[in-house]
Design a protein around this ligand. Sequence first.
Ligand code: FEO
Ligand code: CA
Ligand code: CA
Ligand code: CA
Length: 581
Amino acid sequence: GPAPAGTGPLLGFRSVAVSTEDRVTVPQGYVAQALAAWGEPVGLPGRLPPFRPDASNTAAEQEAQLGMHHDGMHFFALEGGRGGLLAMNHEYTDDGLLHPDGFRTWNAEKVRKSQAAHGVSVIEVRQQPDGGWQVVRPSRWARRITARTPMAFGGPAAGHALLRTAADPAGLRPLGTLNNCGSGRTPWGTYLTCEENFAFYFRGPDRPGGHEARWGIGPTGGWFRWHEHDERFDARRHPNEPNRFGWVVEIDPFDPASTPVKRTALGRAAHEGATVAVTRDGRAVVYSGEDARFEYLYKFVSRDRIRPGGRRGNAGLLDHGTLYAARFGADGSGRWLPLVHGQGPLTAANGFADQGEVLVKTRQASDRLGATRMDRPEWIAVAADGWVYCTLTNNSARGSVGQPPADAANPRAGNAMGHILRWQEAGDFDGLRFRWNHFVLAGDPANPRAEARGNVRGDAFACPDGLWADARGVLWIQTDMSAAVMGRGEFARLGHNAMLAADPRTGEVRRFLVGPPGCEVTGATMAPDGRTMFVNIQHPGENPSERGGTGRSTWPDHRPGGRPRSATVVIRRLDGGLIGT
Ligand code: FEO
Ligand code: CA
Ligand code: CA
Ligand code: CA
């Protein structure tokens, strides 16, 4: 295993019990405060529309309010004070909750409101004298980025024929970002937001071509029904529009007038997140998994070193470099396979005209290279000891008829519980080889089915998704059991979704936070002093049987009959101490 990163116990709190209450539970001695719920004004100067609990805010008002379904998040400290900026993703919308009458009377205004509730918020937060935190409104940094915000392409695929549309014949100016799931930050002070399952947004052709079929663009798309009133999302009319999603988007949170850039050099994928490591000689390495069954794990190594000058000095750093897909060997070894046009099978004869096409068709290129098909890789964290950890949330199709069997890296057929892999690069983060093992196989050890039991040391959990390493070396694991399985069968004893703290040296896992019914727990970040932690509660009250189900939750407002809302939770210790000790 990895070498110890320090001495002394990392985890000092008393673990919280499994819970099925409609609240956020944290350890004794801690306090949790809900902040920045869906619909609150984001803080745009002169535009502070209050949230209407019956969801009757207009699309224009939603454009000035926090979006729905909070997900990945990062705290950017402001100089000279106790405050900072929280940049956070709004992954998707539950249109049953977003409008007073849900999907009934579906119209263009509802589509625009759904698009406005997607994307990213930047809010200013400040600590109050009593220790609690508030959103600063108005704020000069406040910003909403939505599914309609003008953006740019950077990198080798910018301007590529596959990115050109009637509205953007140069293929350089995409509009908006969506399904922003995990996230990352760069050492030069920018936020990375990732476009995950974009295929659901497009109504594709009844008989998709090979490229479309490989990406799930077909007749069953259009789940969000945007295409009914916004033809951009009808891929039958605009076949290249889906190619303009699936990218990692770089945002300068300190400049609300800046244009977000889709960094094509990092490849097109159902990107869960983007985690940056730095080589000893100062180059950026970006790890990213693709949260889809049997898809791939990637890393990008920048050509150039990180330069001084912060955000402006590194504006194009992620546009030049090499993308690799991972192949896990059965013997604990691994290789990074370069996705470089002209190398190996990535030739014009095989359908890759140039590097731009390799990047738009990252999945097809990885198929050709023989990368390992994974159990839905989600967040990635680089621990203090230099090992890289990746959650694989679950893949119940593993080993079923016509699907890939269990393999060394994805060792369980019918993998309902998920696992966490880790690897150490040979030499440095740009290494082309690595060695790997399993940090933990998730599951309830009391389960009768061997494949569902796992080997958790400490508090049991399932379906790891969010993963974040704090400055002390604690690995924070956030779970996303689907509402359809939560509390039932093999999940019966695991309660609601939770956040757990793990000690990478010992493997001990301790439950730290439990969320309200139906939610997932996601997006971990801390203020630099390590005394305030921010996490997101996404889709409280989600009901597996219907969209718009208020389920059994009215969190966080607890207004009788009210709508549950995604929100950020601020966690502090009553004695002001370091979180987790
Ligand atoms: Fe959006 Fe992979 O969870
Ligand atoms: Ca996720
Ligand atoms: Ca998930
Ligand atoms: Ca979710």
